[in-house]
Design a protein around this ligand. Structure first.
Ligand code: CA
Length: 240
């Protein structure tokens, strides 16, 4: 699944140049030339990352970034600030308000892609196409295949996304709601028990290669992916 990048930039030529280069690199793009339009797009669907110009008409990029960081739904969206200003103080302001990176214009398309990839890899590795391999279990987002040794594991699209998320966020417990937000996406209104159904299917699929106990139930808390042997809790495979 290609990461979706929102470009907030009022200069048409720069907006086009960025769009062209991101699409060439396989990203999905959407553009806004001011903060108000960007907010409408975000309210409709959260992007995976925002390239945010500092100097925008009406509301500045900095003000907009502050608003995003305060919003419950928007506070974790990765933001890369774009600016024509080179002063160190500006860079510090940009990073202080919570931008994840900062680029000074003019920048080369190559630098932009490298920075976007670095931020995505750090913050939302499941949005990249990078292959993930843990102890013989290999997931390839580019061709949607999961294999263990030379055995292929058949997964539905939701189980694939769930496994991708879990393999890129190992050893941490995620509640059903967190998994719904991160795997199903926001604005998706499904019963949180839906998560259990897909966890069960995923375990069933991993059972064929003896790795079903890597998806662990942490009672009262949620689910965790761990290739380390599960604690000898007798029902570690149970529902929450
Ligand atoms: Ca501008």
């Amino acid at each position: 699944m290609a990461a979706k990048i929102l470009i907030v930039e009022d200069e048409a030529a720069i907006q086009e140049l960025i769009t062209y280069n991101l699409q060439q690199a396989g990203y999905e793009t959407v553009c806004a030339d001011n903060a108000e339009k960007a907010m409408i797009i975000i309210n409709d669907e959260l992007p995976d990352l925002i390239l945010l110009d500092w100097m925008l008409p009406n509301m500045s990029g900095i003000e907009f970034a502050r608003i995003l960081r305060r919003g419950e739904r928007t506070r974790l969206i990765p933001i890369i600030m774009l600016t024509a200003r080179t002063m160190e103080a500006d860079k510090i302001t940009g990073l202080e308000i919570g931008a994840d990176d900062y680029m000074t214009k003019p920048f080369s398309p190559r630098e932009m892609i490298a920075r976007i990839n670095a931020v995505l890899r750090r913050l939302i590795p499941e949005a990249t196409e990078e292959m993930v391999e843990i102890d013989g279990l290999r997931l390839d987002p580019a061709n949607h295949r999961v294999t263990a040794g030379n055995k292929e594991i058949e997964l539905g699209p939701t189980e694939f996304r769930l496994l991708h998320f879990m393999m890129t966020h190992t050893e941490r417990v995620y509640s059903r709601n967190q998994l719904l937000d991160r795997v199903w996406g926001d604005h998706v209104f499904v019963e949180d028990r839906t998560v259990d159904v897909h966890i069960r299917r995923l375990r069933k699929a991993l059972e064929s290669v003896g790795k079903d106990d890597w998806i662990q139930t942490v009672r009262g808390a949620g689910y965790r992916f761990s290739a380390v042997a599960a604690l000898p809790e007798k029902d570690s495979n149970a529902e929450i």
